[in-house]
Each structure stands twice: as C-alpha cells, then as structure tokens.
Design a protein around this ligand. Structure first.
Ligand code: GLA
Length: 387
C-alpha cells in the first residue's frame, strides 16, 4: 500500500512541480486528566499512530496555496490578507500556524502546502492540533527560524485560539509535538515540566470507539466551561491569597466560597479539583503497573465528566455504560473536549474481538449511527518524514 508520505509527495509534485518537505504530526489519546490543562493541572496524553502529513515548499511571491488532498479542496490567500476565514476549518489551522511566524517577526514568504490526514475529524483525537503542529514544524524547518519544540507547541496552540476560536489548553499540541513511542507524557500544565512514563501494556490494548457524532455545542460549551472555572477561581481568590487557578483550590475552599454562590460553577470546578488529584494517583497506579486501579479511575473520570462537568452526551455515556461490567475492560471513559468523539478503553487482548463484535451492532441499532473503532499504538511526536 502506498504510504501517506508517498501519496502526498506525488500530489504535491503534480500540482506545484517542486519537491516538498514532508512533516508528520500525530493525533493523541489522553489516559486520564480531562479539562485540567487550562486549569493548570496535569494531563497524561500520548501521540498515536494516526497522523496529519503536510508537504510544504516556499514560494518567491507572497501567496499561500493550500490543498487538502482527502477533501479535494483548495484555498489561496495573500500573506497580506492573512486572517481567519469563515465556513472552512482546515485552512484556518494552517493559516493560523503561519501567522505565528509573522507575529514573532519572522519574514514569511508565500508557500505551497498539501495536507493529508488519517486522524478522523471530530473524533476527539486532536486532528486540528496535528495539522497545526505539522505546519508550524514544517515552516520552522523551511524558514530556518530555529524555534524550539516547546515554543512551537505554544505557537500551534495560539493558531487554534486565534484562527479556530477554541480557547483550548496546551495538551493536544503538546502531545502531538512531544510524543514518545511507548510512553505517556505526564505534563504539568502550570510549569510545563513533563516526564515520559513508560506505557507498555502487556496483553492490553488501547481501543478507541468513535461515536461518529460531534454535537455543535462542542466549541461554545468548551469556552463556557473555561469561564465557569475562571469564575470559581475569582470567588476563591477574593478570600484566599495566592490562588491563581483551580490547581491551587481545594474542595474545602469550594465548600466555603463557591458552593454558596452557584451550584453549577461549584460542580464544574469540583470536578476539575478532583480530576487533578485523580490523575496524580492514576500515575502512581501506572508506575506500580496496577492497571485495574487506573481503570477504575478512568470510569470515575467519565462519571465526573458526564454528571458534574456536563460535557458528555448520550452516545458517549451509552458506550461507557455498555463496557462497565465487561471483565475484559479494565477502564473506559469519554476522551477530549466532549459532546461526541471517542471513548478510550483499556481492553485485555483476549476479549478485544468479542467486545467489538458485540458493541458495534448494538450501538448502531440503538443510535442509528455507525460505530468505528481503532486500536491505537503509542508513537513518536512531530517529525520530518522526507526532506
Ligand atoms: C480539548 C482541548 C484540550 C483539553 C481537552 C479536554 O481536546 O483542545 O486542550 O482541554 O479538550 O481535556
């Protein structure tokens, strides 16, 4: 089978008659630690074997020519008119990435770029972060601007804020850029200190079940949750010095200063405070290789996301409830921003096929939607695949 890089190189050369630089940047999973990144907590993501690939070459003029191979769509704009565009998503990720170089004072010439990706869109696997990271990385190489990886992560995150309008945390871009084969990343989203924790699961697979829904609420509710968390921080800060984020907040503080003011804000922020603690002990489980303890915490995370944080949906809840008592399933939960996308399931290998065979028709009957699945392996982050 022809590799994505070969396919991309051929399409690029046919269209632009040049040899491009090709960069691969993966999607991600997150084992535990959801909606904690923008609250300065911890996350535990990893890059996976599904990725976006961009082929890029610089131009002599100031035009940007973009093509999305899978969608068979093209988009062109002059550097002078670089701004978010309505009604389309993928050009914004690439344009937003390019704009970050200008903001840093780098002289950006025009460029040609062709994109392909096998990260399913809207599945909560960070397909947009993968495109942003790939584009930033490729332009950094071609422009020889010597930006370090961590700064590139932040540039990719800014691309999402400024051109896609989602005020995401740093997890997705960090995981895509910094992933390491067979390791998860324990990232402290406050200091950005991180460590790689080995993730070698003997006889256990990471199964992603894609609901194939992305409710339109996703990005507006995401931004609302962020504001709710900020409100809780303000209320606590009015009484307790040195509180800058929910990372600094305890449940006792919520009892005193948030619950009396607003039940919803209390529930949202309480979930985050609990999740930050849950992740830390989940990491200890992983180090002790106690997957069953980690799995229980994954279910607890799901329940919190669903009942307290309010970012699940019927399809996600159904998938998690359905595997709860399956002896082959060690842990399961919805993953990512919510309102659709995938559940992540840690499944004993011997029960994998039976699980898929039984859950797929049941889901499709119940939801009148297809259920797709991926068995993810943990791979390296952003890299050049062809010079
Ligand atoms: C989305 C965002 C991330 C993170 C997750 C929830 O994937 O892009 O920054 O907030 O949701 O954990």
């Amino acid at each position: 089978m022809i590799s994505p890089a070969d396919r991309l190189a051929k399409a690029f050369e046919d269209e632009f008659h040049q040899k491009p630089l090709i960069v691969r940047s993966p999607g991600r999973v997150n084992i535990i630690g959801e909606h904690t990144d923008y609250n300065e907590g911890f996350v535990l993501p990893a890059a996976i074997d599904k990725a976006a690939y961009v082929a890029v070459s610089l131009r002599e003029d100031d035009e940007i020519h973009l093509r999305a191979l899978d969608l068979q769509e093209s988009f062109s704009v002059s550097i002078r008119d670089l701004r978010p565009v309505g009604d389309v998503s993928w050009p914004n990720y690439m344009l937003g990435a390019a704009a970050q170089f200008i903001k840093r004072g780098v002289k950006l010439p025009g460029f040609n770029a062709v994109l392909t990706s096998d990260v399913p869109m809207g599945a909560g696997l960070s397909s947009s972060a993968a495109v942003e990271c790939a584009t930033v990385f490729a332009l950094n190489e071609l422009l020889k601007s010597n930006v370090d990886r961590l700064t590139m992560v932040q540039m990719a995150q800014k691309a999402e804020h400024e051109f896609a309008g989602v005020m995401c945390g740093i997890m997705d871009q960090f995981a895509s850029m910094m992933g390491k084969k067979d390791h998860v990343i324990k990232l402290d989203c406050r200091s950005l200190a991180f460590e790689y924790v080995p993730f070698r699961l003997e006889g256990v697979k990471v199964l992603l079940l894609n609901t194939n829904v992305k409710h339109s609420l996703a990005s507006s509710e995401y931004n609302t949750r962020r504001k709710e968390c900020e409100r809780a921080v303000e209320w606590v800060r009015a009484h307790v010095a040195g509180v800058n984020s929910l990372r600094d907040v305890t449940e006792d503080m919520l009892d005193r200063y948030v619950l009396p003011q607003d039940k919803t804000v209390d529930m949202r922020s309480r979930f985050v405070v609990q999740e930050i603690t849950r992740l830390q002990s989940g990491c200890e489980d992983l180090r002790r290789n106690d997957l069953s303890a980690l799995g229980k915490k994954m279910f607890a995370t799901h329940d919190g996301l669903s009942t307290m944080y309010g970012v699940s949906c019927r399809e996600l809840d159904w998938l998690v409830d359905r595997v709860r008592d399956n002896p082959s399933v060690i842990g399961a939960r919805m993953m990512g921003g919510g309102f659709g996308g995938c559940t992540i399931n840690l499944v004993k290998e011997e029960g994998l096929e039976d699980l898929i065979a039984s859950i797929k028709p049941a889901y499709e009957r119940e939801m009148k939607l297809p259920l797709t699945h991926y068995v993810a392996s943990i791979e390296n982050g952003t890299e050049v695949v062809r010079l």
